[in-house]
Every structure is written in structure tokens, then in C-alpha cells.
Write a protein that binds this ligand. Structure first.
Ligand SMILES: [Zn+2]
Length: 175
């Protein structure tokens, strides 16, 4: 099956009017902030999006993304697989001022359109993927090399002096 690359800029209202459906991929290289937040990531992120209007006439688009990534366990510093599967449901707004957001039903996340009525789909979905990452990346306890017992009896290093594993990776990638 041929997998199309999704467009970067989309007009969500126009797409909702013609009820567009997209099924395709976004290259992970288009999401530099996400790249900087994971140890490794597959080349392609699978994305499915449907644009539609609800009974109130509000335009929205919803779908999901899937992608395999790996993260660094902050307990033992080993890499582990972290498959991502993230659903989203957005509605375009003219501005993200509070009063505009308040008019939206809770099931919609507001996304601001530019002067041409377009949104940057890559950036919007990248934000969503980053938000879904765990705040502290950790192995499941049974898989972790650093057992909890050892942790509590071991020397506890001050947090600030430990090198950030992501910072090291970012250096490696910068070539
Ligand atoms: Zn671990």
C-alpha cells in the first residue's frame, strides 16, 4: 500500500466542508523537537485524520498517530522501547484567547489558524506527541536493571550533577 506524505499546512475549515480523510505518514525528521525528546524514533509516523463538521456546524478534525520510539530509562540509563499511539481531536479557532476557547466543547482542543486560515499540521501533531511522552521516562520495574532496593541503599547523587541523557544524545546527533 502506498503511503502518502501528509501536507504541512492544511485549511481545517475547507477540509471539513469537503469532509477530507487523510491516511499517511509524516517524517519524524519534520519534528525536530520530538527528535530531541526521545533516544530514537522510526523514520515515519503513521497518521490518520478525518475532517468534519459537527451538528453545531463546528469544524473539527480527529484521528490518531502511531510511531515506535525509544527512551532512556532515568533509573538505569538503558534504552527501552516506547511505542506511541496518540489520539487527538482539534477544532480550529481564530485566536487562542480565553473567550474563544471557552466556546468550544471540552472534547475539542483549540488550534489557532493563521491569517490564511491554515494550521501547521506537523507542529500541531508534534506538540501532541511531545505532550504524550512520560514526564519521567522509566522502565517497567521488572525490566529495569536498577532495582529499587539497590537504589534506596545506594549513594544518591544530587540531581543537578547527573548529566542529562538527552543532552548527550543531542550532541551525538548534531553532525
Ligand atoms: Zn531502567
Amino acid at each position: 500500500m502506498q503511503r502518502v506524505k501528509l501536507p504541512k499546512l492544511v485549511d481545517p475549515v475547507k477540509n471539513a466542508t469537503i469532509r477530507s480523510d487523510y491516511r499517511g505518514v509524516i517524517l519524524s525528521s519534520e519534528m525536530p523537537r520530538l527528535l530531541g525528546s526521545v533516544a530514537d524514533i522510526a523514520k515515519e509516523i503513521d497518521v490518520e485524520i478525518k475532517f468534519a463538521k459537527d451538528e453545531q456546524g463546528l469544524s473539527y478534525f480527529q484521528g490518531h498517530m502511531a510511531c515506535s520510539t525509544s527512551l532512556i530509562c532515568e533509573r538505569c540509563n538503558e534504552v527501552f522501547d516506547h511505542p506511541m499511539d496518540v489520539s487527538f481531536c482539534f477544532s480550529p479557532v481564530q485566536s487562542v484567547k480565553e473567550e474563544d476557547k471557552d466556546e468550544l466543547p471540552d472534547s475539542y482542543e483549540p488550534v489557532e489558524v493563521n491569517d490564511q486560515g491554515e494550521i501547521n499540521l506537523f507542529q500541531t501533531l508534534e506538540d501532541e506527541l511531545i505532550l504524550s511522552l512520560p514526564i519521567v521516562a522509566l522502565h517497567a520495574e521488572k525490566d529495569c536493571k536498577q532495582k529499587r532496593d539497590k537504589m534506596s541503599f545506594g549513594k544518591i547523587e544530587p540531581v543537578d550533577e547527573r548529566p542529562n541523557p538527552f543532552a548527550v544524545l543531542k550532541e551525538l546527533k548534531r553532525d
